[in-house]
Ligand binder design. Structure first.
Ligand SMILES: [Zn+2]
Ligand SMILES: [Zn+2]
Length: 420
């Protein structure tokens, strides 16, 4: 016996129902996003490391500790994408889309890689659905994107996705907020903050607001509020987003703690949470990032986008209904094999799905396998049937059986199928 190999920690094999969930999520995304003018972009899983250092930020945990980075055979540093946006921006710039269309709406789906401690719902290879709308500063773009995301989640059958939203302001008004926040933070006992926050006070003060530690939250309870520091333009922009969402009946909660760490994030920022896995978990998040394309060497193009975690979403979708197959066909002995093989192909051509058993086990064992197959009908092609060009059809649940000409099998199964 050879060595039995194991999968890498944090990497999953996906069987039904999880793989069914993933297929359904992707199909649903294609359908709903397509109605909003989004087209699918597929970017490589590997990019030059520098791209992520620039776009995600040198000082972030992702870049510092969580990337799968290695040199290729020529010593160039490459990274397995830890998120989708950077690659999408790179592709958008490289293809010169800005010269071809005023607004580009791109979605992408697939695996991302982060070296994190594996836990439930968090894998080292995880999957996301990403949407990016590039080219418009309009609040209508923000609103449509959010409405589309909520419709997508409802279409999947997610019962109560709830939307949290905030506005981060712009390069005009955020510096003033930052200053007010720093003033506030200088007045609190830094040693009472958690380790991450103590560090963030210097490097990334906004992130102190979204810390989940109860003590940090308590200490920052009276921190200045972003929305109150928004300039008139930012206020008007945000109000339009809120009005559009209200007009579409999308319930939302203003969340003053919702922030993003990097400078190019601005104005609308949002998160969708669901309460069904233990504590509330974020299943999607996004916002506006007007300076990102330019920071990556592209034109000054505004953008808004979101990412949706597929593993977490799959947990919420529960047990998928796996459709019964139509038939389980076997020929217990040599005489019926060739006819069984041909009949199975004809049934598939007619749109019926099922399994052909290749073995020559005992009749009893074959019947047992048919019973376990989840098929609607068992089709038996024994010696007698082979001679008469017939087939015995047994309804596995009801137990009725009858022998019919092979030529009538398609009609028999499809008619019955429609009756169910
Ligand atoms: Zn502003
Ligand atoms: Zn903290």
């Amino acid at each position: 016996m050879g060595k039995a190999y194991k999968r890498i920690k944090g990497f999953a094999d996906m069987f039904p129902p999880q793989s069914d969930h993933f297929t359904r999520m992707e199909a649903c995304a294609r359908e709903i996003f397509g109605r909003y003018g989004f087209v699918e972009l597929r970017t490589p899983l590997l990019e030059f490391t520098e791209l992520f250092q620039r776009s995600i930020g040198e000082q972030t945990d992702v870049v510092q500790k969580e990337m799968y980075t290695f040199p290729d055979r020529k010593g160039r540093m490459l990274t397995l994408r830890p998120e989708a946006t950077a690659g999408v921006m790179r592709a958008y710039i490289e293809a010169g889309l800005v010269n071809r269309e005023a607004v580009s709406r791109l979605f992408t789906t697939g695996p991302m890689f982060r070296y994190e401690r594996p836990q439930t719902g968090r894998m080292r290879q995880f999957h996301q659905i990403n949407c990016e709308c590039l080219g418009s500063p309009s609040p209508l773009a923000d609103a449509e994107l959010i409405i589309m995301l909520m419709r997508f989640l409802r279409a999947l059958g997610l019962e109560e996705p709830s939307l949290k939203i905030n506005s981060l302001g712009c390069s005009q008004c955020r510096p003033q907020f930052r200053k007010a926040l720093l003033d506030f933070l200088s007045g609190i006992d830094r040693s009472a903050l958690c380790e991450d926050c103590a560090r963030r006070v210097e490097s990334n003060p906004l992130r102190v607001l979204d810390c989940k530690q109860p003590t940090c939250r308590e200490l920052t309870q009276n921190a200045p509020v972003l929305l109150e520091h928004n300039c008139p333009d930012c206020k008007a922009h945000f109000q339009t987003v809120l009005d559009c969402l209200a007009a579409e009946g999308i319930p939302l909660e203003l969340d003053h703690r919702l922030v993003r760490g990097l400078d190019y994030y601005c104005r609308t920022t949002f998160e969708v949470v669901s309460g069904r896995i233990g504590a509330q978990t974020a299943i999607a998040g996004g916002g506006r990032y007007d300076g990102l394309v330019q920071s990556l060497g592209g034109p000054d193009v505004p953008g808004v986008g979101f990412a949706c975690g597929m593993e977490r979403l799959a947990l919420l979708l529960g047990e998928a209904r796996t459709d019964l197959t139509d038939f389980y066909l076997f020929a217990p002995d040599e005489a019926g094999q060739a006819q069984a093989f041909a009949l199975a192909q004809q049934l598939r051509m007619a749109g019926l799905g099922g399994e052909l058993n290749y073995s020559r086990a005992s009749f009893k064992s074959l019947m047992r396998q048919a019973g376990k197959s989840g098929a609607r009908y068992c089709l038996i092609l024994g010696q007698d049937e082979a001679q008469a060009a017939s087939v015995t059809v047994k309804h596995l649940e009801r137990g009725q059986q009858q022998t019919i000409p092979q030529a009538e099998a398609i009609t028999y199964l499809t008619t019955e199928k429609n009756d169910d």
